[in-house]
Design a protein around this ligand. Structure first.
Ligand SMILES: CC(C)(COP(=O)(O)OP(=O)(O)OC[C@H]1O[C@@H](n2cnc3c(N)ncnc32)[C@H](O)[C@@H]1OP(=O)(O)O)[C@@H](O)C(=O)NCCC(=O)NCCS
Length: 180
């Protein structure tokens, strides 16, 4: 009997769930493919997860990490940090064969929603200046560039700092003893 026909990759069910320490080897393999010039070291992922719920009680957690799985294979991951009033996109990555189908945007939306739930006023991120694809994703989702950090990466690459405001700030007060 022949195997059932396989649908297009985007038709296969996708599971989004919290990242655990057991996921780190698979995540690290993707990390090396997707960030070949500056992958996070393995210990960094374990350190991040140690600061995430459910490892820590939710009131002490400052991180949250997710993976997207398709047919028991991790095809994307994302992580955030929140130390009020700021939240940060710590990482966002989608396997090459799964890119361009909206998954990156979905994970970014998840980070934004979680940042709002935690009460963050701004969501910040760093992106390589030579990564226009990721920058397009962020611009399309309401981020703006606020700084350029020169030679930020180990290979000498520059970083753009981007921000999305999540909360309106009160208008600044006028000068004390104004003219009126
Ligand atoms: C950057 C990255 C996370 C984007 O992930 P992604 O899943 O490809 O993102 P999306 O699919 O949401 O959007 C990417 C493109 O696909 C298009 N797209 C989105 N949904 C789509 C769909 N259903 N069908 C077809 N195209 C779609 C978008 O319009 C977008 O096009 P653009 O490049 O012209 O802006 C991914 O490319 C990646 O992991 N890159 C390597 C690591 C990296 O650079 N991470 C970011 C670090 S700051």
């Amino acid at each position: 009997m022949s195997a059932p026909p396989q649908g297009a990759a985007e038709d296969r069910p996708l599971t989004l769930r919290r990242m655990t320490a057991a996921d780190v080897p698979a995540v690290l393999a993707l990390e090396h493919q997707l960030f070949p010039s500056d992958p996070w070291p393995e210990a960094f992922f374990y350190d991040e997860l140690a600061q995430a719920s459910p490892t820590l009680p939710v009131e002490r957690a400052t991180r949250k990490y997710w993976v997207a799985e398709q047919q028991d294979r991790i095809i994307a991951y994302a992580g955030m940090m929140c130390v009020l009033p700021l939240a940060d996109v710590q990482t966002l990555a989608v396997a090459a064969e799964a890119q361009g189908q909206g998954l990156g945007g979905e994970l970014l939306g998840l980070i934004e929603a979680e940042s709002r739930t935690w009460g963050a006023e701004d969501l910040l991120l760093e992106v390589r200046a030579d990564n226009p694809g990721a920058q397009r994703l962020y611009l399309r989702n309401g981020f703006e560039q606020i700084h350029l950090r020169r030679t930020y990466y180990a290979d000498g690459g520059d970083a753009l700092i981007m921000r999305k405001r999540l909360a309106e700030r009160p208008a600044p007060l006028g000068p004390v003893g104004g003219t009126s």
